[in-house]
Design a protein around this ligand. Structure first.
Ligand code: FAD
Ligand code: SF4
Length: 494
């Protein structure tokens, strides 16, 4: 419960960040750990609220409320307050396979549902989570857990993102023989080639993959199932297959000039920058470099923000991010009552950096790109935009209207398209004979079964583009279902 009066005595300490103008000079993580003493004080703020909501993990109007993996938050807050770090780690690892990822980049719906958050800043749950696992690695408490016995069952997992890794971890710990197939040259899915290094250092991802390998999981990289190995061939070798292929098929921009050179999907930009950084510290020059260039990101979400932060580190001349919607309110609205996600305006890391560098938030709200114009050589040179009004009619239906006289022309050298994802790629599902609907693999939200016996699906591929914490949850849950399926098949313990 922390200290009974802690929440009245101590203020919330936010996630510790390096100074924006300093951190944009390199690609290292922009956040830092709080000291043990500060963390104990933060743990002391957990107030034994009796019925905690921080760990309930439900969806309210499509957004997470509470921790989706039901972390035992009040318990580890209390253990940290009492300096019992190793016990806190044990508690954390019961529910979260990869706290070093969520402790860095989870949007922390737990904090939005913290009871203290009703009238005070919430407990600093995410900072505490990160520190427990970081300390665990530092102290040598996180060591390979190699199963003592193996069954004769073989499971193939396609995709090495957080869903595939969590499923692999759980099934391996039960003694099954798990192979993870990944088409990229490095494992981790979007943990590796989506989320930029300054949010989640790739050495952190590699450390976990190494541990999973030492625990007995096989990783087969540079191998695209459906192309390099057919679905039929795979099914013959394995007792069960789990599709964790993500949902990164990007939405395309259809408008005049969209085919111009310099108009690039955001994921191509982010992937190439990370790969070039990891392969050669950019010496191979295989990624776009926007140094000295005018950059515009179309799309107001988090992927767009990561493009802004990447462009800043490459020393772009200007950067703007266009979003269709108005700015979020600064305080929780009536329609988002506690314990729902407050969904309020935040100056995320990328925007704080742009603000420090250029003296303003790079986001442009309620703006619509009308056309993209290229020069004679076919290189993008201008974006033509107009402002929009968002109107909500009496039935609650929202629509946009152009505001006459607000047309504007923006000079630009690179345009990154970050307007969201359609969903999962369909050819692989077709090869397996698995049904899809709305660009998602059709798998039960209760037992993750598809229409093909022995083939399961989890993570973004099943639920649509989401968050790491939901992917971990689905990975853990599908593993339970696959283990039940395998036990019915009379797994032999060797
Ligand atoms: C730019 C960006 C930033 C993000 N930032 C955050 C964040 O800060 N916090 C957060 O919580 N979430 C964030 N997300 C969302 C989060 O990364 C995803 O929700 C999560 O990674 C989904 O996990 P997954 O395992 O389902 O799929 P993915 O992580 O997408 O992994 C799927 C893997 O399957 C592989 N694959 C696909 N098809 C095949 C095939 N046929 N054969 C072999 N391999 C295949 C892919 O190469 C990929 O590696 C971000 C997403 C993006 C795009
Ligand atoms: S995983 Fe996310 S929601 Fe759960 S405790 Fe950690 S930060 Fe909070």
């Amino acid at each position: 419960m922390g200290k009974p009066t802690g929440f009245m005595e101590y203020a919330k300490q936010k996630v510790k960040e390096k100074a924006p103008l300093e951190r944009v000079k390199n690609w290292g993580e922009y956040t830092e750990r709080l000291t043990d003493k500060d963390l104990q004080t933060q743990g002391a703020r957990c107030m034994d609220c009796g019925t905690p909501f921080c760990h309930m993990g439900i969806e309210i109007r499509g957004a997470a409320a509470g921790c989706p993996i039901n972390n035992y938050i009040p318990e580890w807050n209390d253990l940290v307050y009492h300096g019992k770090w190793e016990e806190a780690l044990e508690r954390l690892r019961m529910t979260n396979n990869f706290p070093e990822f969520t402790g860095r980049v989870c949007p922390a719906p737990c904090e939005g549902s913290c009871t203290l958050g009703i009238n005070e800043p919430s407990v600093a749950i995410k900072s505490i989570e990160r520190s427990i696992i970081d300390k665990g690695f530092e102290m040598g408490w996180v060591t390979p857990r190699i199963p003592e016995k193996r069954t004769n069952k073989r499971v193939a997992i396609i995709g090495s993102g957080p869903a595939g890794l969590a499923a692999a971890d759980e099934l391996n710990q039960l003694g099954h023989n798990v192979t993870v197939y990944e088409r990229a040259d490095r494992a981790g899915g979007l943990l590796m080639y989506g989320i930029p290094n300054m949010k989640l250092e790739k050495s952190i991802v590699e450390r976990r993959i190494q541990l999973l390998q030492e625990e007995g999981i096989q990783f087969v990289l540079n191998t695209e199932i459906g192309k390099d190995v057919t679905a039929d061939a795979l099914r013959k070798q394995y007792d069960a297959v789990i599709l964790c292929i993500g949902a990164t098929k990007a939405r395309e921009l259809h408008m005049d000039g969209a085919e111009s050179a310099g108009v690039v999907p955001a994921m191509t930009y982010l992937h190439d920058v990370t790969k070039s950084y990891l392969d050669s510290n950019f010496e191979d020059q295989k990624a776009i470099d926007v140094k000295g260039k005018n950059v515009i990101v179309i799309g107001g979400g988090d992927t767009g923000a990561d493009c802004v932060a990447t462009a800043l580190r490459q020393k772009c001349k200007t950067v703007h991010q266009f979003g269709k919607h108005p700015a979020l309110p600064t305080t929780r609205q009536q329609e988002q009552p506690w314990p729902a996600d407050p969904n309020v305006y935040k100056l995320d890391y990328a925007y704080a950096e742009a603000d420090a560098k250029f003296g303003g938030d790079p986001r442009e709200y309620c703006i619509q790109t009308k056309k993209i114009v290229a020069d004679d050589a076919g290189n993008v040179k201008q974006l033509h935009t107009i402002q929009m009004n968002k109107i909500v009619n009496d039935e609650g239906y929202a629509y946009f209207e152009e505001v006459p006289g607000t047309e504007k022309v923006w000079p630009v050298d690179y345009v990154f398209i970050a307007i969201g994802f359609q969903g999962a790629e369909s050819p692989l599902a077709q090869q397996f004979g698995v049904k899809m609907a709305n660009n998602r693999i059709q798998a039960s939200r209760f037992d993750y079964t598809t229409n093909v016996p022995g083939v399961y699906a989890a993570g973004d591929a099943r639920r649509g583009p989401s968050l790491i914490v939901w992917a971990i949850k689905e990975g853990r849950e599908v593993a339970v279902e696959v283990a039940n399926f395998l036990s019915k098949e009379h797994a032999i313990v060797q």
